[in-house]
Design a protein around this ligand. Structure first.
Ligand code: ZN
Ligand code: ZN
Length: 213
């Protein structure tokens, strides 16, 4: 028995075409949202806290993109507020900054102001170059201690190393004891260590990043 004899064959073809178009659209939609959600994980937002010169911001953006292959996007600056000041009110508390701005997007905060954290009871406000959650999505860097006695170019190289180090913590890396030239060494507030490092992760640290992510 012939099927659907009352429906013209061209109509059947058209219906099929429309149906496959709808399926294609649904597929395209789900694929594009998948790409979107994947790529969102690979964007790092650079958030200036207070005024940060645009050369440093652009340099930081390029450094992170070149090293990690992330896309970076610079956000409009936010003002530094009193709630993130340290106890002495002379500098900003890095842990307070991380708690305040911690979110589910990758965020690299940068400030020109001095930042500190509680190292011990003896050093309740230990000045630092940067701090990052491990693992996590938020880290903060400060240029305050990086620009002492050096040219702008040297300061930028230090900034690059500190930022790549803090993002390394976000990606799950702990401090490196394997090679003194690896960027994941604990600088412990010593600029000499930062200067000793190369723009480089030792094999052990790279291996750990690949295992963790
Ligand atoms: Zn560290
Ligand atoms: Zn290492």
């Amino acid at each position: 028995m012939p099927i659907n004899t009352n429906i013209p064959s061209t109509f059947r073809v058209k219906t099929k075409k429309i149906l496959s178009l709808i399926i294609l659209c649904v597929l395209m939609f789900s694929t594009s949202s998948l790409i979107q959600s994947t790529s969102k994980d690979h964007i790092i937002y650079i958030q200036p806290l207070g005024s940060v010169d645009s050369e440093s911001l652009m340099y930081l953006k390029k450094s992170v993109e070149d090293f990690y292959g992330y896309e970076c996007s610079i956000k409009t600056k936010l003002e530094l507020t009193n709630d993130i000041l340290s106890k002495s009110k002379t500098r900003y508390d890095a842990n307070k900054i991380l708690s305040k701005y911690n979110s589910n997007i990758n965020l690299l905060l940068i400030t020109e102001k001095d930042i500190a954290y509680k190292k011990s009871n003896q050093f309740p406000e230990w000045g630092i170059f940067g701090l990052g959650l491990r693992p996590g999505k938020t880290c903060v860097v400060s240029t305050f201690r990086l620009k002492r006695k050096v040219t702008k170019q040297q300061m930028l190289i230090r900034l690059k190393k500190v930022a790549l180090h803090e993002i390394g913590h976000n990606l799950g890396l702990s401090h490196c004891k394997n090679n003194k030239e690896c960027m994941m060494n604990d600088a412990d507030g010593t600029i000499k260590q930062v200067d000793r490092e190369k723009i480089w992760f030792c094999e052990k640290c790279w291996g750990q990043i690949k295992k963790l992510n």
